[in-house]
Design a protein around this ligand. Sequence first.
Ligand code: NCD
Length: 312
Amino acid sequence: MNNHKIRHLIEPEDFTLEELNEVVALGKKMYEAPAEYKRACEGKILATLFYEPSTRTRFSFETAMLRLGGSIIGFSDANTSSVSKGESIADTIRCMSAYADIAVMRHPKEGAPKLASHYASIPIINGGDGGHQHPTQTLTDLLTIKMYKETIEGHTVAFCGDLKFGRTVHSLIRTLARYNTKKFILISPEELTLPDTLKRSLKQDFDVELQEARYIEDVISEIDILYMTRIQKERFFNEADYARLKDSYLLNQSKLSHAKKDMIVMHPLPRVNEIAYDVDDDPRGVYFKQAELGVYARMALITKLLGVDVSC
Ligand code: NCD
């Protein structure tokens, strides 16, 4: 099959900065006037192939396609598909390519969506692969930053929590470095620091300062964007380590009182115990709006990958 013209989104670097800007700008337009796009994907089918649990990513993709006038098929539990009979990703995706026009895949194994893209004759979107990448969360995050901070460039951005296994962090940090972020603050327990290879590549490829910190309180007054993350229970090798680290951070009003008035608190969700409920009503806590914006970022992405004309 001739795959030359098909575009996939496996990691944010599959898109140029220009293309990322295009998706963000279109996502913003779609948020502001969703009705204008309600027939953009009429007759098109999105397949959601979720081999790992999800709430926001799957439902926001489904909502996105439905709001574009398209239809959805898929599974959210691989045990209900032929995967449970031992079918390979390659065979599943070959067949799905005949049923759907575009597919999003989430998988616990790093690289699975990339492998799928080699066998697909439709665009494949990585909906999160193991502890590796989560490019559509990055699009959502970029749109959120654009809406709240006007520019994506130039902020002091802190990532807090599980920087070792958090795929949302791995995707976003390199992308923000491409956007000329000058300083990142990395707040994590020693066992869950950002992988060395990623730190090295950030320093080598970009002119960026990386400051490591152990406690939010020590650095909160400097931060423009605070990206909180959950300790990734499912990636731990043993329960005891998770139990020891799971409550490492709790952002609450008392800590927030030392933050800038226009700092924003982001979180890809689900939160477990990282953000106290008393932060929800603070205008700086934008994580639920971020989840909402995920629909529009994904609407923009779907139209881009399907090559539909959205000037309609
Ligand atoms: C994230 C994920 O799946 O990586 N969730 C999401 O897609 N919004 C974050 C997480 O599970 O902690």
